[in-house]
Design a protein around this ligand. Structure first.
Ligand SMILES: Nc1ncnc2c1ncn2[C@@H]1O[C@H](COP(=O)(O)OP(=O)(O)O)[C@@H](O)[C@H]1O
Ligand SMILES: [Mg+2]
Length: 375
């Protein structure tokens, strides 16, 4: 009988919660679901990513609301797809990150696993990041081990690029599991979504069409790239604490006093194009500074559907003949890669196998990640 694990992921974009029922060796996807947030819950989760009043009570309520939503959605996933519950060994639930402070050794994901177990009557593995942090790591990114297990190639260098709210890369040198590394390169959709929403009312810039009208603004780009995160050496990870609309507004207002400021350039679509270039340049730098000379880039996460961004990336990586495709070319839709990674992480915990890569997170060694809430 095939053992199924359910992965649950909600990333920094906060566009919704993704669910995947998967089994491994070989990978098989049995069912998928994306559940959008109730708008009030989304606003509250978003607000909780930055310091504000009465955070503990508010966090407690959001913890319960999110967990109930996740538990009920899992029951729906099982019912709608006629999954055999006796085959489902565990749920791997990432939870919503509301604070990530590797510099202080803490990271916080909410969505109470006790409630999820109570609703589903299935064991939940959660709290995947803190053991790595306790061992001195960033607690992020955790997906490179999964990318390596599934996508490393014996003779071709590969890069898996996840474009969620944040962009992260996994570098998979051909045939060399020990050589794998990866890190967050900076913001991807966080800033582009927020800017697009403000000016167009749309939650995101479909296919990058709006950015495509604009031209990146050199002097603003330089200013944004001066953020400390870009000059840090890996291991490094980031989130909404570093990159958010308030930060962007400050940068823009400083830029407007810059001697290089040119009013004619100051249009919303030029700024959107600048944010896109901020994303693609950091990715290019990560790849060109790596020991990998050429190979294949596979893009996953919702940003994989941003065709203009992918075009830009192809153009930026043209020099060394890197190919750029989405993860669909590897047989897994960009939408489901991250949630599948959390099903995989649940499987690793279930087998009591380590799941962090010390070279990626900076932890002092391999660790088994997660804690279990038993039925
Ligand atoms: N057709 C599209 N065109 C451009 N961007 C898209 C498209 N579809 C999804 N996205 C982007 O992907 C984001 C969601 O990506 P996702 O991988 O779920 O991120 P996260 O892991 O942070 O939740 C959306 O917020 C949006 O910015
Ligand atoms: Mg998402």
């Amino acid at each position: 009988m095939t053992t199924i694990y359910i992965g649950v992921m909600t990333g920094t974009s906060m566009d919704g919660v993704d669910f995947v029922a998967a089994s491994f060796d070989p990978l098989q996807i049995h069912a998928t679901l994306t559940m959008p947030f109730d708008p009030d819950l989304r606003d509250e989760l978003m607000a909780l990513t930055l310091p504000s009043d009465n955070e503990i009570d508010r966090m407690g309520k959001a913890d319960v609301a999110l967990a109930s939503m996740i538990g009920n959605a899992i029951n729906q996933l099982i019912a709608e797809n006629n999954l055999d519950k006796s085959q489902i060994k565990a749920i791997g639930s990432h939870g919503q990150t509301i604070r990530h402070r590797p510099e202080h050794g803490f990271t916080l994901q909410i969505g109470d696993p006790n409630i999820i177990t109570e609703i589903t009557q299935i064991p939940v593995i959660s709290d995947f990041r803190r053991r790595d942090m306790a061992a001195g790591g960033q607690g992020a990114p955790l997906v490179p081990a999964f990318h390596q297990a599934l996508f490393q190639h014996p003779t071709i260098h590969r890069v898996i690029l996840n474009l969620g709210g944040i962009a992260n890369v996994s570098l998979l040198p051909a045939g060399n599991p020990e050589g794998v590394y990866g890190f967050d390169t900076g913001p991807a959709n966080i800033l582009m979504d927020a800017w697009c929403h403000r000016y167009t009312g749309q939650p995101y810039d479909e296919n990058g069409n709006w950015a495509a009208y604009g031209q990146p603004i050199r002097s603003l780009l330089d200013r944004l790239q001066a953020h400390d995160f870009f000059s840090k050496e890996p291991p490094k990870s980031t989130g909404r604490e570093d990159f958010n609309l308030e930060w962007l507004d400050e940068q823009i207002s400083d830029w407007r006093n810059d001697i290089e400021y040119n009013e004619l350039e100051d249009t919303p679509e030029n700024i959107q194009a600048t944010l896109m270039k901020l994303t693609t340049r950091a990715i290019k730098k990560a790849i060109y500074r790596s020991p990998l000379d050429t190979g294949e880039v596979y893009v996953c996460g919702g940003g994989a559907y941003n065709s203009h961004l992918l075009e830009q990336l192809r153009w930026r990586l043209r020099k060394h003949n890197w190919s750029v495709q989405t993860s669909s070319a590897l047989g897994l839709s960009p939408t489901w890669v991250e949630a599948t990674a959390f099903a995989w992480l649940a499987m690793r915990f279930d087998h009591q196998l380590s799941a962090n890569l010390p070279a990626v997170t900076g932890a002092s060694g391999y660790r088994i990640l997660g804690t279990i809430t038993a039925v």
